[in-house]
Design a protein around this ligand. Sequence first.
Ligand code: HEM
Ligand code: HEM
Length: 126
Amino acid sequence: MKGLASRFFASALIYAVLGMSLGVIMGMTHDHTQMPTHAHILVIGWVSFALFGFFYHLFPAAALTRIATAQFWLAEVSLLTMVAGLLLIFSGRPELGEPFAGVGSIGVLLSTILFAINAWPTVRSS
Ligand code: HEM
Ligand code: HEM
């Protein structure tokens, strides 16, 4: 793996370890209040980012566009912001966490729209 594919997949591996660690802590403490945080670290950070990594590995030309670089940075910064917000919300500080979760989740959505625009020509070409 090279370039953007490698960077996306490497970040997915980090999110897999972090998200599952949180899951194990939740299981051991019988305290599931951070369940949505755990779920979204894993379904966005591990699963979706790994898919982005595989896509760019399979179609390296798609990784060379400016839109792909923008998607990568927006996705990474936004997920970190969203996770920080979720952690705060579910540790009893919703007034602090909600702006982060809101901005972060809109960023995640925008980065996915960038991915869709970038991937579309590859997906639709013969
Ligand atoms: C070491 C591995 C893992 C552990 C120990 C773990 C642990 C947990 C625990 C304790 C809950 C709370 C269950 C509840 O309160 O009903 C949970 C929920 C959840 N986990 Fe994990 N988990 C692990 C891996 C994963 C992975 C790999 C994913 C996704 C790729 C994932 C996605 C979810 C989701 C989506 C929920 C919410 C389920 C719901 O809405 O009922 N987990 N997990
Ligand atoms: C912009 C990104 C996203 C936002 C803002 C978002 C928001 C939410 C919200 C508000 C809930 C309800 C939580 C609750 O009732 O406690 C939820 C649950 C869930 N979402 Fe997402 N989501 C996003 C992305 C995703 C993605 C990409 C996946 C899967 C690949 C996913 C999978 C799930 C699952 C499995 C649940 C049920 C688990 C839970 O209650 O925590 N979400 N999401």
